[in-house]
Design a protein. Structure first.
Length: 251
């Protein structure tokens, strides 16, 4: 059961770009015009239960995402490839690295969830858990993670799109995948080149959190903080994100 995906570019450096909890295969669409199609080939898959893979059911775990991504790379005949992962996808790309280390060239983690369980209190867990069925919860989460500074129209669009693209079951179950699963001991000391990119206005994925997780666990990790962005730099600052990611991938 191959994941649905979109392909962009024809360059020799292969890149798999994984989306976040509120996204799908279209998550990076706003930055396509800034990507170098002669240098890179990008594939944007949708997880089971999302977008072009909405018809596929599963266990909705990071292990399953990794297996599906590796299977897709096999189908594409990609021996090695780099990975970009946003938010939940930032956790999933680490699982791909653990399960297929010899095939991963570089990682770009955008506002990424670490390979650890998230320290939610009961109130916050209730907010996130309720987001599967309550639209206002989705809007509160999106607004908070972008610094409560963006237009209500955009926040509403993001919340509505996420509800349209993913099944309730997939959305609800993936929450446990990115918030509760833990495999820190399996990533510590991995020497893959890794760039972490976060938004200056992201209230959840902060510089402090990144220094205690990614930069502490990966010896070849570097951090960039993007001005005027929150948790969705591919939407907020798409050209800056594309430029930064490709500069790291090509060097």
């Amino acid at each position: 059961m191959a994941l649905g995906y979109q392909k962009f570019g024809n360059g020799p450096h292969k890149v798999m770009a994984l989306h976040g909890w509120f996204g799908d295969h279209t998550a990076y669409s706003s930055m396509l015009h800034a990507l170098s199609t002669d240098e890179f080939t990008y594939v944007f898959p949708a997880y089971r239960g999302y977008g072009l893979s909405r018809h596929l059911s599963g266990s909705y775990t990071n292990k399953e995402i990794a297996a599906d991504v590796i299977a897709l790379a096999d189908e594409l005949r990609w021996d090695t490839f780099s990975l970009i992962g946003h938010s939940m996808g930032g956790k999933a790309i680490q699982r791909v690295l653990v399960d297929a280390p010899s095939r991963v060239r570089k990682l770009v983690a955008v506002a990424p969830v670490p390979a650890a369980a998230m320290p939610f209190d009961d109130v916050t867990w209730g907010l996130f858990h309720g987001a599967a069925r309550i639209m206002d919860n989705r809007k509160i989460i999106i607004a908070f993670s972008t610094g409560n500074r963006l237009s209500d129209a955009w926040v509403t669009y993001m919340a509505n799109y996420s509800a349209q693209t993913a099944t309730v079951d997939a959305f609800a179950t993936y929450l446990r995948a990115w918030a509760k699963e833990e495999f820190v001991d399996e990533v510590k000391g991995r020497d893959v080149p890794l760039k972490v990119i976060i938004g200056q206005n992201d209230a959840a994925i902060t510089e402090e959190v990144m220094k205690k997780t990614f930069l502490a666990w990966y010896p070849n990790a570097e951090l960039e903080i993007v001005p005027n962005a929150g948790h969705y730099p591919m939407e907020e600052t798409p050209v800056a994100l594309a430029t930064s990611a490709e500069a790291f991938l090509r060097k």
